[in-house]
Design a binder for this molecule. Structure first.
Ligand SMILES: [Zn+2]
Ligand SMILES: [Zn+2]
Length: 147
């Protein structure tokens, strides 16, 4: 078994959409919470068709009717700054606020979508992509010795 045929950006995009829908169903109708990114990736790996058919396959594999999958209702709009310039997440009641969009994005991807950044050199995993450069420079066991 080789790695998935689904390109990473497509998998992430559909996961984001799935996550919006399932969070909506969870908060409005009491459906189960969305699966984690790890569970998602194990499902994506079982797909062997063409990338362009992947999204339709997901909805049928997860038994999400297409009229829900394609409906605009559950889609979540990224925050815009309020009068004090803060970005309030507001994702299904999330109260977190950030000083800039990047901060919110890191929070959203890490906390709500469960995305992780992997160090390419060792097994370290980070929630915040901003932590990686420092790790590689200062803490990575595989880092190049200072010259
Ligand atoms: Zn949030
Ligand atoms: Zn490392």
């Amino acid at each position: 078994m080789t790695s998935s045929v689904v390109p990473r950006h497509l998998s992430d995009k559909v996961f984001r959409r799935y996550h919006d829908i399932q969070s909506f169903l969870h908060s409005e109708l009491g459906f189960p919470e969305p699966m984690s990114i790890e569970q998602w990736e194990s499902i994506v790996k079982t797909y062997s068709g063409l990338p362009e058919n992947f999204e339709a396959w997901v909805w049928s594999a997860l038994k999400i009717p297409e009229q829900i999958a394609l409906s605009p209702i559950p889609s979540y709009e990224p925050p815009t700054p309020d009068t004090s310039g803060d970005f309030f997440c507001n994702y299904y009641g999330c109260p977190k606020a950030y000083k800039n969009k990047q901060g919110w994005e890191n929070h959203f991807n890490g906390e709500h979508l469960g995305f992780r950044v992997h160090c390419p050199d060792c097994d370290a995993v980070f929630k915040n992509p901003g932590s990686l450069p420092r790790h590689r420079r200062e803490n990575c066991p595989m880092r190049k010795e200072a010259r």
